[in-house]
Design a binder for this molecule. Structure first.
Ligand code: ATP
Ligand code: MG
Length: 140
């Protein structure tokens, strides 16, 4: 299995509750290395672009509003099978459906305020990392 990178966001509901360290501990305990990390206030334009694939969904406006409501932490995670591994660590989109021990089960509030984002494919990981990081900001 090859070493991969995936893109992560610690969302406003989590930064608001000072959960960055707890979530990072869960990421690191799963064997993923945080090789890039920055706390930012996402702009409306950045959030709209990031969630462009959901533009036609009824929750798009609410999602963009939420992602810009407080700072987020954008991250690049590296490890074996990082994309799938991080999806496992996050748990299901709706915390009610998430398995015990996953980030969303342990800390998320609702399907909207679900604490973390993780890329769903290697292709999207590359695109998403490129939206927020330059290679110089990633130190493996
Ligand atoms: P993410 O892309 O954030 O990692 P995901 O891949 O598990 O989450 P998606 O289907 O890509 O889920 O949805 C993107 C995000 O949109 C979700 O994480 C959630 O915050 C929000 N979302 C999805 N479905 C709903 C919904 N029914 N109501 C409100 N928000 C939703
Ligand atoms: Mg998604």
């Amino acid at each position: 299995m090859a070493t991969e990178r995936t893109f992560s966001i610690i969302k406003p509901d989590a930064t608001n509750r000072n959960l960055t360290g707890k979530i990072n501990a869960m990421i690191e305990e799963a064997g993923l290395r945080i090789v890039g990390q920055r706390r930012i206030q996402m702009t409306d334009a950045q959030a709209k672009k990031f969630y462009e694939v959901h533009a036609e969904r009824p929750f798009y406006g609410e999602l963009v509003e939420f992602m810009t409501s407080a700072p987020v932490v954008v991250q690049v995670l590296e490890g074996e099978n990082a994309v799938a591994k991080y999806r496992e660590v996050m748990g299901a989109t709706n915390p009610e459906d998430a398995a015990p021990g996953t980030i969303r089960k342990e800390v998320a509030l609702s399907i909207g305020e679900n604490s973390v984002h993780g890329s769903d494919s290697q292709e999207n990981a590359k695109l998403e990392i490129g939206q927020f990081f330059t290679e110089a900001d990633i130190v493996g």
